[in-house]
Design a binder for this molecule. Structure first.
Ligand code: 5AD
Length: 366
């Protein structure tokens, strides 16, 4: 490894938020499987272990519906994809999935669905949240852009965290990947509203998008700093056979996996105390992708407990792993825990695993 790489890694490890765009882009450009890349992963993992511990937090992911008003050009469930069957879970079904999650050992759930803005949808989620609040779990919503009033109602009904990926911090690249009526500014504005309402706020991007380079990704990390994010969820972009966005020629599946792992590691060197997810898209590219994400500095996994008939319709990209459903949730969680135990990592059953960064900000210890 050369001196420049070593110096940047050492600076990031010793002090949070200390790297500039140039240094971050340098780390993101390291060659796959090089000495420097390994050192980067090891340093990010040391930061994760020192600040958060040898622990992995878990959330049960509930894919509550694939109907979507958005038409993101890379996404398999975008509005104009007429080739998928749409489904939507009722408030009762969401509640029952949360009960199954709790029985399996989860203390946190994520309710994710396509982006819908309607009074009926708002009311349904509100009803589900009110029922779920009796279970005393951490509840993350991932339901896209909404009006402030909707975010407020859901917060009051018991949601504590919100995930809204900015997808890319570059408005011009965003404009190339989305139709003209999708607004980067509105999306960024939603993150500010969510923070003000007291949510733990998560954002993130896809890595290896066509037209994205290391500097763009470096600026994505600086965007997380500026947004004061509590949680980050990132994964490699993976083409979908029915989506118009092509594969970037420079990226084989393995190259996309490596870039996404470097992005996790570089983010950890900047943001020592945030929750970073090791996402499903990593697993789609490699059977041990989630473990590799943790070893590159992530600390959260979100196993999918959606019933398999629904989950098979929630195909954001090709090769997305299938869910075994709520019935198998306890068993698959034990299996996951055994796999992480081999790395010396403890999977935190029955613990919410709130963002340390958020706890520090709000001066609470929960
Ligand atoms: N590849 C990888 N991730 C994707 N997402 C949507 N489409 C793809 C794709 N083709 C991600 C987006 C979105 C999240 C729910 O799924 O980042 O925010």
């Amino acid at each position: 490894m050369d001196n420049k790489t070593a110096d940047i890694i050492a600076a990031g490890e010793s002090r949070a938020r200390s790297l500039d765009e140039e240094s971050l882009a340098w780390l993101l450009s390291l060659e796959d499987s090089s000495d420097g890349e390994n050192e980067l992963f090891e340093a990010a993992y040391r930061v994760k272990c020192a600040v958060i511990g040898k622990k992995v937090s878990i959330r049960a992911l509930i894919e509550a519906g694939n109907a979507c008003a958005k038409d993101c050009r890379y996404c398999g469930i975008r509005k104009s994809n007429a080739r998928i069957e749409r489904y939507t879970m009722s408030a009762e079904e969401i509640y029952l999935a949360a009960v199954a999650a709790k029985e399996a050992g989860y203390a946190s759930i994520v309710i994710q669905a396509g982006e819908i803005e309607s009074p009926a949808h708002t009311a349904k989620i509100e009803e589900a949240l009110k029922a779920v609040s009796a279970l005393d779990m951490g509840v993350t919503l991932s339901l896209g852009e909404q009006e402030e009033e909707v975010y407020r109602r859901w917060r009051e009904a018991g949601a504590t965290r919100y995930l809204l990926r900015i997808e890319t911090s570059d408005p011009r690249l965003y404009a190339r990947l989305h139709p003209a009526d999708h607004s980067w500014q509105r999306r960024a504005g939603c993150l500010g509203i969510l923070s003000r309402l007291g949510y733990q706020v998560g954002t993130g991007v896809m890595c290896a998008l066509p037209g994205q380079d290391a500097h763009s990704l470096a600026r994505d990390i600086l965007f997380y700093v500026k947004a004061d994010a509590d949680m980050i969820g990132m994964g490699p972009y993976i083409p979908h056979h029915d989506a118009p966005v092509p594969e970037a020629p420079a990226f084989s599946p393995d190259a996309r996996l490596h870039l996404a792992l470097r992005m996790i590691a570089a983010t950890r060197l900047m943001l020592h105390d945030v929750n970073i997810a090791s996402t499903t898209a990593l697993e789609a590219l490699s059977p041990d992708g989630r473990e590799r994400g943790i070893l590159a500095g992530a600390n959260v996994i979100m196993p999918n407990i959606t019933d398999s008939a629904s989950s098979s319709k929630y195909r954001l990209y090709d090769g997305k792993p299938f869910s075994k459903g709520a019935a198998g949730a306890a068993e698959s969680l034990k299996c996951i825990a055994r796999r992480f135990a081999r790395l010396g990592e403890k999977v935190l059953f029955n613990e919410r695993g709130d963002s340390l960064h958020y706890a520090k900000k709000s001066g609470s210890n929960q």
